[in-house]
Design a protein around this ligand. Sequence first.
Ligand code: MSP
Length: 486
Amino acid sequence: MDKTFISTAIDYVNAFPHIGHALEKIFADVFARRERLLGKEVFFLSGTDENSLKNVRAAENAGVSVGEFVDRNTEKFFELKKVFNLSYDDFIKTTEERHALGAQKLWHACEKDIFKKIYSGLYCVGCEAFYKEDELKDGCCPIHLTKPEFVEEENYFFRLSKYQDYLKDLIEKEKIKIIPQSRKNEILAFINRGLEDICVSRSSERARGWGIDVPGDSSQKIWVWFDALSNYITALNFGKGGEKFENWWQNNNKKIHVVGKDIIKFHAVYWPAMLYSAGLNMPDIIFAHGFLTVDGQKMSKTIGNVINPFELAEKYEVDGIRYFFLAEFPTAEDGDFTYEKFENRYNADLANGIGNLFERVFSMILKYGVENIKDAGVDEAIADLYEQTEKSYSEKMANFQFYEALKDVLLFAGAMDKYINDKKPWSLLEDKSEETKKILNGLIFSLEKIIFWLKPFMPAKMDKAENYLKNLGGQKEKLNLFPRIQ
Ligand code: MSP
């Protein structure tokens, strides 16, 4: 059976989740659901990154123990699953035993490329990474715009430089496919500037004792990125070894990482190098999405524009929110959220668009009699348009182009509206000719297709529509799938 392994990034739990975190999980969920609808076996993984220094600092600020702090916040991240109807098959926390075991096993497997040296550098705790002077912007981290800390320590290093040519070939020849192309170019440029060995541990003292011990040296903790990246295999019980790991990682050529554009380097350069050093197989696809902004600005506690995903889901139906995130902007680009944009799109596309089309068709069919159109066939014009749309939609879905795929569906729905206006089936409700039956049956056919296409995006709503359609003859009330937001 065809299978797909798909993962999200695992989130730092230094604060509660914001809607940007939810966005990424929804992207991955849409893909996972689509694969399942295509009959594939899917393993969908998410989780939390708990061993970072920034979690330690945040716990200190909150005046609670790190363990307690991390547990409390992780619970909130896990809650996103239920609230946003995310279909994870597993959720890994990096404080779990299976994770520590696997991370240490991976370290062992890479040991020929790991060496110790005294080092000094500029560390951004926000990124949990060292920066070179020339990578900084006015002396600050280009992402967090804060001054990195000077760190001088004896640490373990990983010989990344050794894999320069291997990595270049891997990305250039798309042995790992990076979506979108612009991110592939960015990674190639990064590799071509020359790869340096990377620091893969920190002193236990600097880590405040939090994190996973370097095997055989408890004075050092494994660097949080080395630790976090390994989650993709530790969740598959790499630590103990066995069937799950072999089946989903080693013997599977569709392994996909969904990550934000800010962390592509870790996934497309460091992670493949670690895997190669350990003699393990590579991921196949890395999809890097853009960022969600609020009212044109980066979400930030300081600006005070962080949108709480739970409050949002309380105010509006979740499928509407999912739809907005997917239909408002292309996945690879940054997109903006405002309440006004949300309500406008919901009303235009869902209440007036899809919802209205469903109501129009259902009310005509109910008047005509469902039993009268059975086996009536489908108009050639509708069948052709369906074929074209299906082809285009499928290609887009396979490449994470959800915005474009939804455009296809809306165009199809718009064409159906036009078809109804042209054929005026409401004037034919007394006419039991084959032609009229075909028109009405074709409309039902097209609604079934729309439901199938929209299922990955709005699973609950489409289940409801599907059930309504199945028992159409017996329906006494309107479906009212997308009530207008006033
Ligand atoms: N812990 C690391 C990832 C380790 S993966 C082995 C991390 N955590 S994070 O909490 O900072 O980010 C988690 C994911 O959320 C990343 O993919 C990041 O790009 C994404 N996002 C964070 N803010 C976001 C938005 N405002 N919009 C969209 N995605 C955002 O990095």
